[in-house]
Ligand binder design. Structure first.
Ligand SMILES: Cc1cc2nc3c(=O)[nH]c(=O)nc-3n(C[C@H](O)[C@H](O)[C@H](O)COP(=O)(O)OP(=O)(O)OC[C@H]3O[C@@H](n4cnc5c(N)ncnc54)[C@H](O)[C@@H]3O)c2cc1C
Length: 593
C-alpha cells in the first residue's frame, strides 16, 4: 500500500463516531494527501478534462468504442489497477487513492458508471475471492482495460431482496461444468463486458458466484434499457440458458456467494460517495460559470440573494461531502495499514476490516447521493429555462444524478442498514452504544448541566455537535426502550435515526477539517458554520419525529423537555455566511476552499 504514507487518521472502529470525540488531527482530510496520491489525482484530473470531457457527446450516443477506448487509456494510466495486486498487473494502492480516482473521473455520469462497474464491483470479486489460477487468467487483462468486467446480481423479481435470486446452477453429469439457467436484469457494462461475475444458487440453495466469459454458449446479452440518465452507459438484461461454466470458474466457495455480493457492495458504496462528490463539482462549476455570465434586470444574476443562496448551499454541500468521504476512507486505510500484505489471508482480513465500516460506507452512499441530487436541482435552476434543454449540461447532470439513490442498495435499504447495524453491534456488545445511551439518559434526567465552555471560531458548532450526538443517542435509547428488537419493523423511526446518525458524522467531519485548516482557509470555517445550521435542523426535525412516534402523555412531555434542552441554540446568521461563500465561489468560477 504505497500511497498510505499520507494517511494520518487515528485507528477507529466502525460506528465509534457516535460515542467518541476525535480531534482534528485524528481524521484524514484531503489536505493530508501524500505526494503519490496528489500525482495520481493530477493524472486523473488531466485524463478527465482532456480525454473524457471532449467525448461526452459520443459517450451519450452510446458509441461504446469511445467508452472502451477511454477505459483502455485509463488502464494504461494505471487508474484501474489501484485495487489490484502488483503481481497481477495492478499497483495496489490505498483506498483514499481509489476514492480520489472515483471522485475526479466523475465528470461524465455515464463514463463514471462504466468505470466503477468495471474497476469496482466488476473487478474486486476476483481480487478478493479468486484463486491464483483465476487471478492469473483474468486480472492483468482487467487492470489494463483490455477486458471489461461486469457484476450481475439483480434480477427482475429481486433487486433489494438479493438473496432471493432465482438463477440456478447445477453440476453437469460429468462434473466438469456448472449449468446455469436464469435471467439477470439491469446489468451495467453488459454490452461491453468480457467477464461477468454472475450470482446463482447451486441446486436452488447454495448462493454462489461464477466467472463467465462473454461469448460462452448459453449466455445472451439482451437489448439496452432506455434510461432516464447515464444514457451512455450500457445497462442490459442477461439470459442464461443451459450456460456451461467450467467448474474452475466457481468464484470462492459454493454457498458463500452472499459474502462476495455484500462485501463488494461496501466498496461500491464508498466509491459511489466519492463519485457523487466529483459529479457535484463539475455540475457546480458549469452552473456558477453560467450564472456569472447571465444578466437579468441589468445585473449579473449572481448579485441576487436567492441565487447566492443556491451557490452557497451547493458549495457547502460539496465541502461537507468531501470532508465526509475522505475522513471515512482515510479511516479505512488506517485500519488496513495494520495488515500484513504478504499474509495468506490478506484478502479476507481486508474485507473484514472494510466490513467494520459498513455503517460509514452506507452513510457515504446515501448522504452524497442526496447531496448531489439537491445540487443538480439547484444548479439547473441557475440556468432558468436553459437548464431544461439538452444543449446545456445541467439537464444531463440532473438526469444522471438520480440513479445514485437506486443502485448499490437503494437509499431506503441503506438507511435501514445504518441504524440496524449500529443497534445490532450495540446489542452484541461490540460497540459501547448502550453505556453511552445510559450516560446521556442519566445526564438529562439529572437536569440542566453547564455546557462545556469552548472558545474559537467554531465554539458554537462544537456545541451543536455535542448536542446532536446526545439527541441521537437519546432518541436511539427511547426507540429501543419502546420497541426492543421490533425496532427493525418501525422503518420510519429507523429512517429518522439514520438521518440523525448521518448528520452527526457529516457535521463532525466538517468541524474537524475546518479546525485543521484554520489559518489556511477561512472559507472552511465559514462553510462549516453554514452547513452546521442545516445539519442541526435535520437532527432536530428527526428527533421530534422519533419522540412523537415513541412517546405519549407524561413520557412525551418529559422527553420534549429534554429535547428542548438539547436543541436550544441561537441561530447563526446563515444569510451573511451564505453571501460570503457565494462571493468566493463566484469569483473562483468553481468550488474552491
Ligand atoms: C441503471 C441501473 C444500473 C444497474 N446496474 C446494476 C449492476 O451492474 N448489477 C446489478 O446486479 N444490479 C444493477 N442494478 C440493479 C439495482 O441494484 C436495483 O435496481 C436496486 O438494487 C433496486 O432493486 P429493484 O429495482 O428490484 O427495486 P425493489 O427492490 O423492488 O425496490 C422498490 C422500492 O421498494 C423499496 N424497498 C424494497 N425493499 C424494501 C424494504 N425491505 N424496506 C423498505 N423499502 C424497500 C426500495 O427502496 C425501492 O424504493 C442497476 C439498476 C439500474 C437502474
Amino acid at each position: 500500500m504505497s500511497g498510505a504514507a499520507g494517511t494520518r487518521a487515528k485507528q477507529v472502529t466502525g460506528g465509534s463516531f457516535l460515542i467518541e470525540d476525535l480531534g482534528p488531527h485524528d481524521i484524514f482530510t484531503l489536505e493530508d494527501l501524500s505526494g503519490v496520491q496528489k500525482e495520481i489525482e493530477r493524472t486523473t484530473v488531466e485524463f478527465a478534462e482532456k480525454r473524457i470531457l471532449p467525448q461526452v457527446a459520443a459517450i451519450e450516443q452510446k458509441d461504446f468504442s469511445v467508452t472502451k477506448g477511454l477505459l483502455r487509456r485509463a488502464g494504461e494510466l494505471g487508474l484501474m489497477g489501484i485495487d489490484v495486486p502488483e503481481e497481477y498487473g495492478g499497483i495496489a494502492m490505498d483506498k483514499v487513492t481509489s476514492a480520489l480516482i472515483a471522485d475526479n473521473i466523475a465528470v461524465c455520469g455515464s463514463f463514471s458508471v462504466a468505470f466503477s462497474a468495471h474497476a469496482g464491483i466488476g473487478t474486486l470479486p476476483l481480487v478478493w475471492y479468486g484463486n491464483a489460477e483465476q487471478k492469473k487468467k483474468y486480472l492483468a487483462k482487467l487492470a489494463s482495460g483490455e477486458w471489461i468486467a461486469s457484476y450481475a446480481l439483480s434480477e427482475a423479481s429481486s433487486g433489494s431482496d438479493a438473496m432471493n435470486i432465482r438463477t440456478q446452477a447445477k453440476l453437469s453429469a460429468d462434473g466438469k461444468h456448472y449449468v446455469l439457467n436464469g435471467e439477470k436484469m439491469w446489468i451495467s457494462n453488459a454490452a461491453i463486458a468480457n467477464l461477468f461475475t454472475v450470482f446463482a444458487k447451486i441446486d436452488g440453495e447454495k448462493f454462489s458466484a461464477f466467472l463467465i466469459e462473454a461469448g460462452t454458449p448459453g449466455l445472451t446479452v439482451g437489448p439496452e434499457e432506455h434510461k432516464l440518465g447515464i444514457r451512455g452507459s450500457s445497462t442490459c438484461p442477461l439470459s442464461l440458458t443451459d450456460c456451461l461454466v467450467p467448474v474452475g470458474n466457481l468464484l470462492g466457495e459454493a454457498g458463500k456467494g452472499h459474502h462476495i455480493a455484500f462485501n463488494i457492495l461496501n466498496v461500491g458504496r464508498y466509491k459511489l460517495g466519492a463519485a457523487a462528490i466529483g459529479g457535484s463539482k463539475i455540475a457546480f462549476r458549469n452552473g456558477v460559470r453560467y450564472a456569472r455570465e447571465r444578466t437579468a434586470f441589468s445585473k449579473p444574476i449572481t448579485s441576487f440573494g436567492l441565487v447566492q443562496e443556491k451557490i452557497a448551499n451547493c458549495a457547502a454541500g460539496i465541502y461537507a461531502g468531501e470532508s465526509l468521504v475522505y475522513r471515512v476512507v482515510g479511516a479505512i486505510d488506517a485500519s488496513l495499514a495494520e495488515l500484513d500484505e504478504n499474509a495468506p489471508d490478506f484478502s479476507q482480513q481486508t474485507q473484514k476490516r472494510i466490513e467494520e465500516f459498513v455503517v460509514e460506507c452506507s452513510i457515504l452512499k446515501v448522504w452524497c447521493s442526496e447531496m448531489l441530487d439537491r445540487l443538480v436541482d439547484d444548479t439547473l435552476q441557475l440556468y432558468g429555462g436553459y437548464g431544461y434543454v439538452e444543449e446545456f449540461p445541467a439537464e444531463r447532470s440532473y438526469r444522471d444524478s438520480r440513479i445514485n439513490k437506486i443502485f448499490e442498495g437503494t437509499n431506503e435499504i441503506n438507511r435501514l442498514i445504518i441504524t440496524g447495524w449500529l443497534m445490532k453491534r450495540a446489542m452484541q456488545g461490540r460497540l459501547a452504544l448502550v453505556p453511552a445511551i445510559q450516560r446521556v439518559m442519566d445526564e438529562v434526567i439529572a437536569g440542566p448541566s453547564p455546557r462545556e465552555e469552548r472558545t474559537g471560531a467554531l465554539a458554537a458548532q462544537y456545541s451543536l455537535l455535542a448536542d446532536a450526538k446526545k439527541l441521537t443517542l437519546f432518541c436511539a435509547g427511547a426507540a429501543s426502550q419502546k420497541y426492543g428488537a421490533a425496532l427493525a419493523e418501525e422503518q420510519e423511526v429507523m429512517g429518522a435515526l439514520a438521518d440523525m446518525i448521518m448528520e452527526v458524522l457529516v457535521l463532525e467531519s466538517c468541524i474537524l477539517r475546518a479546525e485543521k485548516m484554520q489559518g489556511r482557509s477561512p472559507l472552511a470555517v465559514t462553510m462549516t458554520r453554514y452547513y452546521a445550521a442545516r445539519a442541526f435542523s435535520i437532527v432536530k426535525m428527526s428527533a421530534e419525529r422519533v419522540i412523537g412516534a415513541v412517546a405519549e402523555g407524561d413520557i412525551l412531555r418529559t422527553q420534549m423537555t429534554i429535547f428542548r434542552r438539547l436543541s436550544k441554540h441561537d441561530p447563526e446568521n446563515t444569510v451573511a455566511l451564505g453571501r460570503e461563500i457565494a462571493a468566493a465561489m463566484t469569483e473562483a468560477g468553481r468550488y474552491t476552499l
